[in-house]
Design a binder for this molecule. Sequence first.
Ligand SMILES: Nc1ncnc2c1ncn2[C@@H]1O[C@H](COP(=O)(O)OP(=O)(O)OP(=O)(O)O)[C@@H](O)[C@H]1O
Length: 228
Amino acid sequence: MAPSLTLNELSLQYGADKVLDNINLELGSGQIHLFVGPNGGGKTSLLKSVLGLTPFRGDIEIHGEYRIGYVPQKAQFEASLPLSVMDFMLLSQSRRPLFWFQHSKHKAKAMEQLETLGMAERAQRRMGQLSGGEQQRVLFAQALLDNPNLMILDEPTTGMDQQGIKVIDELITAQLNKGITMLAVHHDLGAIAKLPDPKIHLINRRYQGSLSPEQLSQMQFVHHSQEA
Ligand SMILES: Nc1ncnc2c1ncn2[C@@H]1O[C@H](COP(=O)(O)OP(=O)(O)OP(=O)(O)O)[C@@H](O)[C@H]1O
């Protein structure tokens, strides 16, 4: 069973700036939990707290065994960085040195995920030479490698073309159909409306309540896609 999470009095402050203020939330297993709200409202900070990437106060409990797959908001790879797409995929599969892992089994697994994301032909390209949308696809492929049961997605379709958005949205639905738990920041109302039973949590420093997709569509900060 995929993990559930409990946020207990989660607070986070950068200097004097209180970004998250006493958030209490139960996040059920096998569901997609979407965090929505205005820019600067603390959505990314909440995801980073769950990932242990930023210090916070309060407790975050993850119940059950979990394997996390994380797709960050945006990646930046220098064009000159001598790191190929395949290197990047293999690197994130293990903490051991890269050269130990030029093993065909690992490569085949990495290639399979790249294929799922339509990136197999780009495997030998440098990460920094890919477009932003292509980098997002590779990051998503990498997040799927260890068969995660908790995925954390921070605006996974940012900078993508329509085809890329479709691929990612279909993968998100496929993962949910497998029963995994997802936490996501996602702005596209059209995509959200198609998700199976999305739990939508409004965050603006404080927890402001849950919304239905219809209620969300009334909010000022929402991006309406053509399909919405
Ligand atoms: N490392 C940091 N140091 C200082 N301030 C930060 C840091 N990270 C974020 N902030 C500030 O914290 C606030 C919340 O940022 P956060 O990225 O969590 O918001 P968000 O809801 O994800 O915003 P957006 O919708 O624009 O992505 C912002 O005012 C931001 O400037």
